[in-house]
Design a protein around this ligand. Structure first.
Ligand code: KG4
Ligand code: ZN
Length: 365
């Protein structure tokens, strides 16, 4: 019988300070014993985006408390922990450094193996934790900071089929919400407003659908929404609630269609490798949008692939996914030592072209 281990996970790459304990076997199944996520939304609210220095300071203040809480909720002490897993990148460097330093400290003090984990591998392996999805599966990461298609071949091998060349979709939802006077975070506000909207009133573009690849762009869509808003404001002097709803519905429909069409292309490429259980998995805050979710479900149905969306608390940033990723990778990698460094950029698929530029949540992966 393979030995059960308790892994302490630490995540601090963006604006959530997280610690978790996951129990399971190396390369096998696992359960989440505790998962603490301390958000920073109110600290950044006045600045219209995540301020890296504020985020780093808040992580440094909250990391140890989060670890103590995660252990208490799991009803364990550090004595019961078998290894430490920590996000080593990609992300806002001050935050990643805070987590890596804490992990190194605990690892040294308790003589525990240390595993630096790629944050994106954490997201990409979550469907194995929640639904035991069979490799190879197709993964769509859609959040405020990430947007890419990956084929997960095994716990260490991820093939990037494409992604955004500018903004992540969540970033675009947040910016458009701000433009049309809706509260942050923009995704849920736009989804709510869109319920009463006419998605056809404003003809917004579907960027890059003319290109046969899996790359996406959301920045032009945001500019088109700005122009549509300006034309209404120029005509009427302001936006009515109906105008807001129609703009929200038009924008959401455009994002959903782009993601659906590009998912279909990614699925075609993925299906060519002959997966035994064809599956599209999603992760990230944007995947909670019902219009987007049902558009993706329809695409999966058309090509006979299963659709898996882990529960939101494990889809958005958390430390359980980091602990689980270390557990999943243990049979095929070594532990790290004290030379482990925090990295702002850390592509999962090292053979693919690096993404250019930075989003509001740090360097793109
Ligand atoms: O994965 P997440 O919680 O955090 C990171 O980006 O790391 O994603 C947050 C993003 C925000 O941009 C938010 O506006 C977006 O996900 N979001 C949504 C919805 N809920 C959250 N976007 C569209 N529809 C939603 N219902
Ligand atoms: Zn993330």
């Amino acid at each position: 019988m393979t030995e059960q281990m308790n892994i302490l996970g630490i995540e601090s790459s963006c604006d959530d300070t997280a610690a978790a304990v996951v129990r399971g076997t190396a390369g096998g199944s696992a359960e989440v014993l505790s998962s603490i996520v301390v958000g920073q939304t109110e600290l950044h609210a006045a600045f219209g985006g995540v301020v890296p220095e504020i985020a780093a300071r808040a992580h440094a203040e909250k990391l140890d408390v989060s670890v103590v809480q995660a252990l208490a909720e799991a009803e364990l002490t550090l004595e019961d922990i078998d290894a430490i897993a920590v996000t080593a990148g990609p992300g806002l460097i001050g935050g990643v450094v805070s987590g890596v330093m804490l992990a190194k400290g605990i690892s040294t003090a308790r003589s525990l193996p240390l595993y630096g984990v790629n944050h994106l591998a954490g997201h990409a392996l979550t469907p194995r934790l929640t639904d035991n999805v069979t490799f190879p599966y197709l993964m769509l990461l859609v959040s405020g900071g990430h947007c890419q298609f990956l084929i997960a071949h095994d716990a260490m091998t991820f093939e990037r089929l494409g992604g955004t060349i500018d903004d992540a979709p969540g970033e675009a939802f947040d910016k458009v919400a701000r433009l049309i006077g809706l509260v942050q975070p923009g995704g849920p506000s736009i989804e709510r407003a869109a319920l009463a909207g006419d998605e056809k009133r404003f003809a917004l573009p579907r960027p890059l659908l003319d290109r046969p690849d899996c790359d996406m762009s959301f920045s032009g869509l945001k500019t088109a929404a700005l122009r549509a808003r300006d034309s209404v404001v120029a005509e009427k002097g302001g936006l009515s609630a109906q105008d807001q709803s129609d703009l929200a519905a038009g924008f959401q429909a455009a994002v959903a269609q782009v993601l659906a069409v590009k998912s279909k292309r990614a699925l075609q490429i993925y299906l060519e490798i002959g997966p035994s259980v064809p599956t599209l998995c999603v992760a990230g805050g944007v995947a909670s949008n019902m219009t987007i979710r049902s558009a993706l479900e329809t695409v999966c149905h058309e090509v006979d692939a299963a659709f898996v969306a882990p529960p939101l608390r494990l889809c958005t940033d958390n430390a359980a996914m980091i602990a689980f990723a270390a557990l999943a990778q243990m049979p095929v990698r070594e532990a790290d030592d004290m030379t482990l460094s925090a990295k702002p950029r850390m592509p999962l698929d090292t053979r693919s072209q690096p993404m250019l530029g930075s989003g509001k949540k740090g360097a793109k992966a």
